[in-house]
Design a protein around this ligand. Structure first.
Ligand SMILES: Cc1cc2nc3c(=O)[nH]c(=O)nc-3n(C[C@H](O)[C@H](O)[C@H](O)COP(=O)(O)OP(=O)(O)OC[C@H]3O[C@@H](n4cnc5c(N)ncnc54)[C@H](O)[C@@H]3O)c2cc1C
Length: 496
């Protein structure tokens, strides 16, 4: 956002900026088209659902129209979700320039409308953080533009039906759990729920293939070591006998050793951590990373212990669509805010993308980890594994397998699995997990100082705050921040 415009600003300067922006976009679109044609033969860029040509897709691929958009995104995920080239279908397409050209034409039309308006708020990112604040502002009577660089809403929680008709989570399994009644009440305005308690088991060694409850509980210890611990007290006594006393908790290794000792640490955590964090040892990670995983002395084998554990009855995407369905909200998907910011104007910006990207990486990129998602559909298979997720800490390059039907309760003749392969962030892999370590703190703090100095912008969310937020935590933070912003706005209006 280059400058702050309020309603009634000089129309000719708005128009001038709008035309400059539009020209840039048209030029960029055609430049991209030529590059894509030269390099890939054919590559379709990210398409927002509203711009998506279902008829064309149906004719080109024979996919039923109602499944076309989900199929398109599923393909994009299989091909790596490369940021600006979601779909490279060169081998499969014939005469396929229609969607791209249609996209260029329709998107410039929509941009034209969006750029011509001075918004009360612009929200970059349509995940939990962005959608929550957007709805809060719209409910209070403000005009809000929500813009997301992906072609759909929901952020990392986006779900869709794959080409076999199974509901999957495109960016990894997302299980909703919370202790906050406020968060639950807010989200319940946009969805009903299906009761679901997530369970995870761990294969310590594929040679025997046995699975054990994770987080570690009394059953884990009894089954793994052939013990007969009958009470929480006996279990605690055992853990006390194996734990490594630690006077100061400096890192994640200290957290684990001081709770369960070295054998359990090596079997369940050390290699999983190395895979997940690109070779980092537990010692290299700040305590909060592993503090999230509890150890239990009872036999509770639920992964989470929160009061409310459930899944949106018809999926996350449906919930987000309802949240953003408000006359005060306009949603523009498929655009990177940072690329079009000079053509937009608003009273206040909420940025939910990566904080280092907003400041053009001037103190260097903050470290994130990413994942490669490998989906596999098994036809005529009711269920593949006994629980929603099975961890493989010590074998394979992937960390875990999730079977979505456990999470969603969907009835289907086949089943779809997801294997997650941790990777570095690169042109093809988006930042997913902030790497929290003492070393990164300095750069983060410098970005945070810059963020505070920008009174016209509020940074909210996992990437914007470089924090390990769960979905409920980020919703809670967004609700509170939105309330504070509205209070401030009200005060200024009253003073004027
Ligand atoms: C693999 C995985 C599994 C998870 N599982 C769970 C779980 O089981 N339970 C749980 O509670 N939490 C889980 N989480 C955490 C959950 O994903 C986050 O708490 C939540 O998505 C954070 O919401 P957000 O809005 O901050 O960020 P995001 O969901 O990342 O949304 C940010 C949005 O901003 C957009 N954006 C970024 N930059 C720009 C830009 N420049 N212009 C326009 N748009 C932009 C992105 O495209 C994205 O859509 C998981 C996370 C991961 C990675």
């Amino acid at each position: 956002m280059r400058s702050l415009l309020t309603k009634g600003s000089d129309v000719s300067s708005v128009n001038h900026r709008f035309y400059l922006g539009l020209r840039q976009i048209i030029q960029a679109t055609f430049k991209y088209f030529i590059i894509a044609t030269l390099h890939y033969g054919w590559a379709a860029e990210t398409l927002a659902e509203s711009f998506f040509d279902k008829d064309f897709y149906h004719k080109a691929y024979g996919i039923p129209k109602e499944q076309a958009y989900d199929h398109y995104n599923q393909k994009g995920a299989q091909l790596g979700n490369r940021p600006n080239h979601w779909l490279d279908i060169s081998a499969e397409t014939t005469g396929a320039e229609t969607p791209l050209l249609q996209y260029a034409r329709q998107s410039t039309q929509k941009l034209e409308q969006v750029c011509a308006k001075a918004w009360d708020f612009i929200v970059a990112g349509a995940g939990f953080a962005g959608s929550t604040v957007a709805r809060h502002f719209a409910d209070a009577g403000y005009s809000v533009l929500v813009i997301d660089k992906r072609p759909y809403v929901g952020g990392n929680a986006h779900d869709l039906y794959d080409e076999h008709g199974v509901l999957i989570h495109l960016h990894g399994p997302h299980i909703f759990h919370t202790n906050s009644k406020d968060v639950l009440e807010f989200l319940s305005r946009f969805t009903t729920w299906r009761f679901y308690e997530h369970r995870v088991r761990s294969v310590v060694d594929i040679a025997d293939g046995k699975t054990y409850p994770m987080p570690i509980n009394r059953t884990t210890l009894n089954e793994l070591y052939g013990l007969d611990l009958k009470t929480p007290e006996e279990c605690q006594e055992y853990l006390d006998s194996v734990k490594v006393p630690c006077t100061e908790i400096r890192n994640s290794e200290d957290v684990v050793l001081s709770l369960v000792g070295s054998d359990l640490c090596d079997k369940f955590f050390r290699n999983y951590t190395a895979k997940q964090w690109g070779g980092l040892d537990l010692k290299d990670l700040s305590p909060e990373v592993l503090r999230r995983i509890p150890t239990r002395t009872n036999t509770d084998d639920r992964y989470f212990a929160d009061t409310y554990q459930m899944m949106p009855a018809d999926g996350y995407t449906a919930m987000f669509k309802r949240m953003l369905d408000h006359p005060g909200i306009t949603t523009l998907c498929g655009y990177d805010y940072l690329s079009v910011q000079n053509s937009l104007s608003c009273g206040h910006l909420i940025f939910t993308g990566a904080i280092d990207s907003f400041f053009n990486y001037q103190f260097g990129p903050l470290p994130y980890r990413s994942l490669r998602f490998e989906f596999e559909h098994l036809p005529e298979t009711s269920h593949y594994q006994e629980v929603g997720t099975v961890n493989y800490p010590n074998n394979y390059d992937f960390t875990r397998i999730t079977e979505f039907k456990h999470l969603t309760g969907q009835v289907h003749a086949g089943t779809t699995l997801l294997r997650e392969y941790p990777t570095d962030v690169n042109a093809e892999r988006e930042p997913l997990y902030p790497v929290l370590s003492a070393e990164n703190n300095e750069a983060l703090q410098r970005y945070q100082v810059l963020a505070v100095s920008r009174e016209d912008v509020t940074f909210i969310g996992r990437l914007a705050e470089f924090k390990y937020y769960n979905m409920d935590q980020v919703t809670d933070a967004a609700l509170r921040k939105a309330g504070e912003i509205l209070q401030k706005k009200k005060k200024i209006t009253e003073e004027v």
